[in-house]
Design a protein around this ligand. Structure first.
Ligand SMILES: C[S@@+](CC[C@H](N)C(=O)[O-])C[C@H]1O[C@@H](n2cnc3c(N)ncnc32)[C@H](O)[C@@H]1O
Length: 171
């Protein structure tokens, strides 16, 4: 019975991912953990930071940022199943006090309280979210973007992360 439930849930996830791909949205492709560490290290993330991962997938970015860098974090994920998995991973790591997972569309989340935004999305989604970031983030906030650029933020670092570049911006 459990196997059948898991099979149905995975089928739904694959189907949803396929639909998102057809709509040219940012689909779930997890970043390698060493890439996440490299970006967070380059951005000097510490326990003074409040980081949001826009589209947190299985929660790996917020888990590493909290566990290894001491940041307080929120992961926002619109896919119900991925948000459940991320929440379960956070509980498993004993990080409930430092990490919150929100099952929501990040375009509908107020981002004003964060001083670090992490994004591994797509060129198109970056272009769409940029004006919201400009409107809501305080001056001096950092935007960390894996693989895709933002046009109007001040680039502080461009780092090679595997076969693509990642970008650290200052708002
Ligand atoms: C490329 S994955 C990145 C996952 C994770 N941040 C990582 O680096 O491993 C992009 C994620 O963003 C989610 N996503 C895309 N658009 C979203 C939106 N508008 N609101 C919330 N999540 C979104 C997708 O479901 C997917 O899990």
């Amino acid at each position: 019975m459990i196997n059948e439930i898991i099979f149905v849930l995975l089928t739904i996830l694959v189907f949803k991912t396929w639909i998102d791909l057809l709509r040219d949205e940012a689909i779930f492709v997890p970043l390698p953990k060493k890439t996440i560490r490299k970006i967070l290290r380059a951005a000097k993330i510490s326990n003074k930071d409040f980081l949001v991962d826009l589209g947190c997938g299985d929660g790996r970015v917020v888990i590493i940022a909290a566990k290894e860098f001491g940041a307080k974090c929120v992961g926002v994920e619109k896919n119900f199943l991925l948000a459940r998995i991320a929440n379960w991973m956070v509980e498993k790591e004993g990080l409930k006090g430092r990490v919150k997972i929100v099952n929501k569309d990040f375009f509908k989340v107020d981002l004003r309280k964060f001083n670090v935004v992490f994004a591994y999305l797509s060129k198109k989604v970056n272009a769409k979210i940029e004006s919201k970031l400009k409107k809501e983030l305080k001056k001096g906030s950092k935007v960390l973007s894996a693989a895709h650029e933002f046009k109007s933020f001040k680039l502080e670092k461009k780092i090679k992360t595997g076969h693509f570049y990642s970008y650290i911006y200052r708002v």
